[in-house]
Design a protein around this ligand. Structure first.
Ligand SMILES: *Cc1c(COP(=O)(O)O)cnc(C)c1O
Length: 354
């Protein structure tokens, strides 16, 4: 607390990002970074863009990359909004569409940034309990609401919803804006991007951070019908007109165009995920069925915090969330096959000690 803080700042409960240790000694399986690295073509494009052109501001709309993204989804560029990571895109969406409104429905177990954004912009968030299997039910999202926010696959559960269920809530709630956060969609879920042309109440949000291994570049985007995109643009141009720098625009475009690298690396993540899930289950873990680049696992014989501490002592970071329904589980990012072996050896050791 400080006397210069505005009342709004005094009341903020900021999102807590996963730890980014300064030393390089840890195996980081705590923030869902992609171990396979960005496309070499993206790195080359970033290097090539590091020239005297940096004295100029970037294209405020990122027209080239918006065009490329739109074309891949069969949409026009006016259906794409680009931001400095999808967290910024989501923040602008809460600001543009939910500020001072409610209710905004979201699962009780989901990406906790939604709660932060709702508080920041004065939206009334109503948490809807997931079912026993940690999945959400369409029937719980019917009825009047300003908005609905669904991560698909959900985080930190990893569970994906079928497109038919997304379609169901879109069709049943024409008066509610439905945001589908697809940060992990490329690891095995079905994207709602193909529904954008049909539904004017749908905003799909994706990121380059996970499946394109560019968390450090900060690029994300939204897909929606032009009026929604225009709403986001009004917020952006009242806040920071140039959120995506020239290096990021160049890298994102080359990354988007390197389909081969994208497909090869995400397939590898999915293969290693299956292997790790089976091995953890073999050690007695309950592992939720994941369509993301992480697993949510709990073990009856060992509290999650003890397991997390044991892993940390062995140089491995994983993520623990203190929220009531998930406090006995850990979210473990899928690393390389080697990373997986190291994790499994550590969990085996910790379990053997009891
Ligand atoms: C990682 C993540 C994001 C945002 O990532 P950016 O790096 O800001 O693009 C958004 N939603 C969920 C659910 C995530 O896990």
């Amino acid at each position: 607390m400080n006397r210069f803080w505005s009342p709004a700042v005094q009341q903020l409960q900021p999102y807590t990002p996963g730890e980014q240790p300064r030393g390089g000694a840890f195996l980081k399986l705590n923030t869902n970074e992609n171990p396979h690295g960005p496309s070499p073509l993206a790195l080359a494009a970033i290097r090539a863009a590091a020239d005297d052109g940096l004295r100029l501001y970037p294209d405020p709309a990122g027209a080239d990359i918006a065009q490329a993204i739109a074309a891949s989804f069969g949409l026009a560029p006016d259906h794409v909004f680009l931001g400095n990571g999808s967290d910024e895109v989501l923040a602008h969406a809460f600001h543009a569409f939910f500020a001072g409104r409610g209710p905004v429905l979201a699962p009780d177990v989901t990406y906790s940034f939604y709660r932060t954004f709702a508080a920041l912009y004065g939206a009334r968030l109503r948490e809807v309990a997931l079912d026993e299997g940690f999945d959400w039910r369409a029937e719980d999202y019917l009825g009047p609401a300003a908005g609905i926010v669904i991560a698909n696959p959900n985080a930190p559960t990893g569970i994906a919803a079928p497109l038919a269920r997304i379609r169901q809530i879109l069709a049943a709630n024409p008066g509610s804006l439905v945001i589908v956060d697809e940060a992990y969609v490329d690891f095995g879920a079905a994207s709602a991007a193909g529904l954008v042309a049909e539904f004017d109440n749908l905003l799909v949000v994706q990121t380059f951070s996970k499946s394109r291994s560019l968390a450090g570049l900060r690029v994300g985007f939204a897909l929606g019908q032009p009026q929604l995109i225009e709403g986001l643009r009004r917020i952006k141009d009242s806040f920071n007109s140039y959120p995506v720098g020239r290096l990021a625009l160049a890298g994102a475009l080359a990354s988007w165009q390197d389909r081969a690298w994208f497909d090869r690396t995400r397939a590898q993540v999915m293969t290693d995920r299956t292997r790790m899930a089976e091995a953890l289950a073999g050690q007695g873990f309950r592992v939720l069925p994941s369509a993301a680049n992480f697993l949510f696992a709990s073990h009856e014989g060992l509290p999650a915090e003890a397991l997390q501490a044991g892993l940390r002592a062995r140089g491995i970071l994983v993520r623990h969330f203190p929220a009531p329904r998930i406090r006995n589980g850990l979210r473990i990012s899928v690393g390389t096959a080697q990373d997986g072996d190291r994790l499994l050896q550590a969990t085996a050791e910790i379990l053997a000690r009891g």
